[in-house]
Design a protein around this ligand. Structure first.
Ligand code: C2E
Ligand code: CA
Ligand code: CA
Length: 565
């Protein structure tokens, strides 16, 4: 660990107008740090500004600026005010001592000077100062430099890069999914992980670079004197690999990954704030591209980041202002020619424009907004299905469940409340969950689905065929419906392998006695082909696009009347 925030060894400034005293003081502290001497206040101030002393041994009585006046000036200068000031004085009156304390001095040394006393006092003050610095500049947990120290080092690095037309880089490293891990183990283990990873990273950073803990599970690396960007990419990749090596804590074997964003001075910003923001944008980009990757900042990223932020702000507003609504796409029983179900699809009317859920659901998932959004959709869907029921139409409503909702501890109670508050019979609610979400944690899935089945709701596997499609788990989970993904339906007439996949899914569905729904049916030919294979239920533009509830209700009533006739 580096000892000092600003310099590797403590800096001591001796200010005395008497050359003999100056020499004595100098001798007393000679091996305690770098020593500077001044014979008057003005010279002392200049030296202090240049070298930021940790300790000032200050004579009270000097011609011109007195020791008290100098002390006052130093305490009023932010970059200097932390220096420990010890007065050296021949006075013994208490008044004098009180005044010195008032001005910010912390100790006195009496003249005539005793070498061992001066030395002992100076040593004690330097030790206190070192401890204060450790607290002010280093992270308590990992002993890495903290934000403040990084800020100071970055300032120096940028200053020298500016002077030499050089480059410097800022790298933000953020552990992937650390919060999830931290919540699932105890916090002491979380701390152990951070300490171990900090140590590993530190071992791979030369002393010219500053690695800091930026808070939580973020580390920031300042690299001065950057020579090549390509070499930098390789360096960061190496750091990511170092983090990814398995670690063992309390007998638990864990493997973490980390994502990194890089910004470079001067092209990506000319001060630390901007460089940090841009490294952060690059880091988010890295996270989105997968885990355990690094990205360099680029201008279009900035535009993306700003647009995303805007979108998030507006989505939050939309949630609260009722600008989100729920459309429905009916699904048809091709044999009977009637609608027997519908899927709830959220819609965002943003001014003139309708924003596609494909564009804002991922953002809602990342920001957690999916939880209130999902609840709104669920309540609306149950309420509308209940309205249809009162019209005499028993239509099952499918509601899409995102992975974040599925993992939310309040998910079951949210579903229960929606049914309770709207009075919808549970068998008229179908939850659409993708294979990927189900397969991620099979035990959690089994527990949750079992509870849902006990409640009486139906479970559909959405986008079936695109994910794991493992027969084993489909067989062992309480599932009612498979929704054949629209990508297979779209190409089944032109692509033999897609046709084969559809056929296989239909056969499998029959064997397991599951209901089958084909999604994205756009033509009569597709509908015919599906029917021929034994798939009866269909959803797609060929039958009906997603429409507002009022329109759907009208359509269903008409259908109902025609059937009645
Ligand atoms: P999904 O669950 O696969 O929904 C079906 C999507 O296919 C819908 O797009 C629907 O409008 C579209 N579609 C229906 N028939 C056809 C067709 O014949 N041809 C084509 N090309 N497309 C068709 P939409 O409404 O844009 O929704 C996109 C995705 O957004 C949904 O995919 C679903 O994953 C998600 N989503 C929509 N609403 C919600 C919601 O309330 N909550 C959650 N968690 N996700 C939702
Ligand atoms: Ca769906
Ligand atoms: Ca789907």
């Amino acid at each position: 660990m580096r000892e000092n925030g600003f310099a590797p060894v403590p800096v001591i400034l001796i200010v005395d107008d008497q050359p003999t005293d100056t020499l004595l003081l100098q001798e007393a502290v000679a091996d305690l740090g770098d020593i500077y001497t001044a014979h008057d206040g003005a010279a002392a101030l200049a030296l202090a500004n240049a070298h930021h002393p940790d300790l000032i041994l200050l004579d009270v009585q000097m011609p011109g600026m007195s020791g008290f006046q100098l002390c006052k000036t130093i305490k009023a200068t932010p970059r200097l005010r932390d220096a420990a000031i010890v007065f050296v004085t021949a006075h013994t009156q208490t008044d004098n001592e009180l005044m010195a304390l008032e001005y910010g001095g912390i100790d006195f040394i009496q003249k005539p000077l005793s070498l061992p006393v001066v030395r002992a006092r100076a040593k004690a003050q330097l030790a206190l100062r070192a401890e204060a610095k450790r607290l002010a500049y280093y992270d308590e947990l990992t002993a890495l430099p903290n934000r403040t120290l990084l800020g100071d080092r970055a300032e120096q690095a940028l200053h020298s890069a500016r002077a030499t037309d050089g480059k410097a880089a800022l790298v933000l490293l953020d552990l992937d999914n650390f919060k999830g891990i931290n919540d699932s183990i105890n916090h002491r283990m979380g701390d152990c992980i951070l300490i171990e990873l900090a140590h590993r990273l530190q071992c791979h950073c030369p002393a010219t670079e500053t690695l800091s803990r930026h808070g939580g599970d973020e580390f920031l690396l300042m690299i001065p004197d950057l020579t090549s960007s390509q070499a930098l990419g390789e360096r960061v990749d190496e750091l990511l690999r170092v983090v990814a090596q398995p670690l063992s804590i309390d007998g638990h074997r864990l493997q973490l990954t980390c994502s990194a964003g890089i910004s470079v001075y001067p092209e990506d910003g000319d001060n630390l704030d901007v460089l940090f923001r841009h490294a952060e944008a690059a880091m988010y980009q890295a996270k989105q591209s997968g885990r355990g990757l690094y990205r360099f900042f680029s201008r279009h990223l900035e535009v993306d980041a700003r647009a995303r932020h805007q979108l998030e702000v507006h989505l939050r507003e939309a949630l609260n202002s009722g600008a989100l609504s729920v459309f429905y796409q009916p699904r048809y029983d091709a044999a009977l020619g009637t609608a027997d179900g519908m899927e709830a699809l959220v819609r965002w009317q943003r001014g003139e424009r309708m924003v596609s859920p494909a564009d804002f659901i991922p953002l809602a998932e990342e920001t957690g907004l999916i939880i209130p959004l999902g609840r709104q959709v669920m309540l609306q869907a149950c309420c509308d299905a209940h309205t249809l029921m009162q019209d005499g139409l028993r239509i099952c409503v499918g509601v899409n469940i995102s992975t974040v909702q599925f993992r939310d501890p309040s998910f079951l109670s949210m579903v229960r409340e929606a049914l309770h508050d709207t009075g919808l019979p549970p068998e008229l609610l179908e939850l659409e969950i993708t294979e990927g979400v189900m397969a991620r944690d099979i035990e959690h899935t089994r527990t949750l689905l079992t509870e849902l089945k006990q409640m009486g709701v139906r479970i559909a596997v959405d986008d079936f065929g695109t994910g794991y499609s493992s027969l084993a788990y489909i067989k062992n989970l309480p599932i009612d419906v498979l929704k054949i993904d629209q990508s297979f339906v779209r190409d089944m007439l032109s692509d033999r392998s897609d046709a084969a996949i559809v056929e296989a899914i239909v056969q499998m569905g029959h064997a397991l006695e599951l209901e089958l729904i084909a999604e994205g049916v756009e033509s009569a030919e597709q509908a015919e082909a599906l029917k021929a294979q034994g798939c009866r239920l269909m959803q797609g533009y060929h039958y009906c696009r997603p429409i507002p509830f009022s329109q759907l209700r009208q359509q269903l009533r008409t259908q109902h009347c025609q059937q009645g006739r």
